[in-house]
Design a protein around this ligand. Structure first.
Ligand SMILES: [Mg+2]
Length: 230
């Protein structure tokens, strides 16, 4: 079955909105996600370098931060539709300075998306995860995953903070568009499986003995491999 690896923050969960709420409350500001036009939120909204440690602590010290995030618009229905086409795994980088991050994230994904813990992978080494389609809002993650999986499809999830990054691959912020991409990939995989079955059947029939017994024969494997790699 086609496997989709999908990011959480910025694709499913409103991470930027959640952190801005903390920042605005603590500093009396009124930033919105539209103000965040680069990957580094602090730099984007002009927080001086010597104050960024304190701003990051706001998040690290917020109880159950990851469990309290909003779901991004369209994500619930989008994941439900993806699950009709593919097996969906959430691949998410943990915020290591938060003491309960991974537990909170799993609770949130189960509560909102009914995803079991076994479908959640916590790692910043996302390129080691194997799948057919990879979706992430971090351009560098898409680049490293695409390099590691040249036959896979990496899709950068479009946001105001990644639009200026260089990225030659597929990019969308539309669930309808993502469903189309995954659907096309699932169709390709089905066609390929049918081709493999057909070739193996034809080659086996060619070498099948008159008695109808398949004796394992290197000629079968060799010819099937030759035809499949053409
Ligand atoms: Mg993300």
């Amino acid at each position: 079955m086609t496997r989709v690896l999908i990011d959480c923050d910025g694709v499913l969960s409103a991470f930027t909105e959640g952190w801005l709420r903390l920042i605005n409350a603590a500093r009396g500001t009124s930033f919105t996600p539209a103000d965040v036009t680069g990957w580094d939120i602090c730099a984007s909204i002009g927080i001086p370098e010597d104050e960024r440690g304190a701003v990051k602590r706001l998040l690290a010290e917020c109880p159950r931060f990851a469990a309290r995030l909003d779901v991004l618009p369209g994500a619930l229905d989008g994941v439900r539709r993806l699950q009709e086409l593919a097996e969906v795994y959430v691949v998410t980088s943990p915020w290591n300075s938060h003491p309960t991050w991974t537990h909170d994230r799993e609770d949130w994904l189960r509560q909102h998306f009914n995803l079991p813990h076994s479908r959640v992978i916590h790692t910043s080494a996302k390129h080691v995860c194997v799948g057919d389609v990879f979706v992430d809002d971090k351009t560098s993650m898409c680049v490293t995953w695409a390099e590691a999986h040249p036959s896979g499809v990496a899709v950068r999830w479009e946001t105001p903070y990644n639009r200026r990054d260089t990225w030659a691959g597929l990019s969308t912020g539309s669930w309808d568009e993502l469903i189309k991409i995954v659907s096309a990939r699932a169709d390709d995989a089905r066609s390929e499986q049918e081709r493999i079955k057909r070739v193996v059947k034809e080659v086996c029939a060619k070498y099948l003995s008159d008695e109808g017994i398949y004796g394992y024969d290197n000629r079968i494997a060799t010819e099937a491999a030759e035809r499949l790699t053409k």
